[in-house]
Design a protein around this ligand. Structure first.
Ligand SMILES: [Ca+2]
Length: 304
């Protein structure tokens, strides 16, 4: 099927022939909006950990898990030289070789001593049944900064069964009165995600260039769409895989072609418009090759 630049926005207007109940997140309380950590269980060395209101994602205040990064003297360092710090985990039914998409908003901020930089702001790593499947390394920290990132990666289930889904906060040094605080929110685990998949990389500040990774089928044509709203239920479009979620003021950003490895990096200059700050925008891409596939919806805001 040939992708029509004019035809794709009409997807949003298709009759609601079939809807999904909601976006399926295999993680319970991944947004911490219950105001508590449950059913997550803490392990390792829990240091100043709590669920509190914080603007982790740059989209406004929201209940967020946070802890001091790093371990303590007397522990055994890991082979990578990091001190094991705090970890949160819950049990998830995993299927070996099935594909999963993990996303989470993470941030580092030195709450205890804001102007103090740090040689290592730590590593946030996802382990499934003890196997590392992905991580984000904040590296060194500049005083008075609040670096944000979106963890976003796909992985194959390492084994089948009820597995510990553990987010681990380790660091090259152990915690002290000047250690930065790590924040995490909006933890989402999707089984068999539909391509294309959109992941913002690095910071998303206004008056700066953003970097958005879009991944799909090699050499396929695709279109990127945005919406100011998101339906409560995804809309299935007959003949297309995936589901359509964008509502409100929505439109097409551009049409382009994935590389031979199925990637496209979009680097838009974000206007210096205070009206954009904290405004949640929803995104989906649609690709066409032997069939039309509507990719996973993702949402993020821009911030100062
Ligand atoms: Ca939250």
């Amino acid at each position: 099927m040939k992708l029509s630049a004019a035809g794709l926005p009409a997807i949003a207007a298709v009759v609601l022939a079939c809807t999904l109940p909601s976006q399926v997140n295999l993680i319970v309380n991944g947004d911490f909006e219950t105001k508590t950590i449950a059913p997550w269980v803490e392990s390792g060395w829990a240091s100043s950990s709590k669920v509190s209101m914080h603007d982790c994602a740059g989209a406004g205040l929201s209940y967020t898990f946070n802890c001091l990064h790093g371990g303590k003297s007397g522990q055994t360092r890991r082979p990578n030289g990091y001190w094991p710090g705090n970890a949160i985990e819950q049990t998830v039914l995993m299927v070996q070789t099935a594909e999963y998409l993990f996303t989470a908003d993470v941030q580092i901020q030195n709450v205890q001593s804001p102007s103090t930089g740090n040689a290592d702001a730590g590593l946030i790593e996802l382990f499934i049944g003890g196997v590392s499947v992905g991580k984000h390394n904040f590296g060194s920290y500049a005083g008075n900064s609040k670096p944000r990132a979106r963890m976003c990666f796909r992985f194959k289930g390492p084994s089948t069964g009820l597995k510990a889904f553990k987010l681990d906060f380790s660091r090259r040094y152990y915690s002290s009165g000047r250690t930065p605080t790590a924040f995490i929110d909006n933890i989402l685990l999707t089984l068999a995600p539909s391509e294309p998949i959109i992941c913002p990389l690095l910071e998303r500040k206004i008056n700066a260039t953003a970097t958005i990774d879009i991944a799909g089928t090699a050499s396929s044509r695709f279109a990127l769409f945005y919406g100011t709203g998101k339906f409560a239920s995804g809309v299935r479009v007959p003949g297309f895989s995936g589901a359509w979620w964008l509502s409100g003021v929505s439109g097409q950003m551009f049409v382009n072609t994935f590389s031979g490895t199925g990637n496209f990096i979009w680097k838009p200059m974000i206007p210096n418009d205070p009206g954009l700050v904290g405004f949640l925008i929803h995104w989906q891409a649609v690709e066409a090759n032997t069939r039309v596939s509507i990719g996973e919806v993702t949402s993020f805001a821009f911030y100062r």
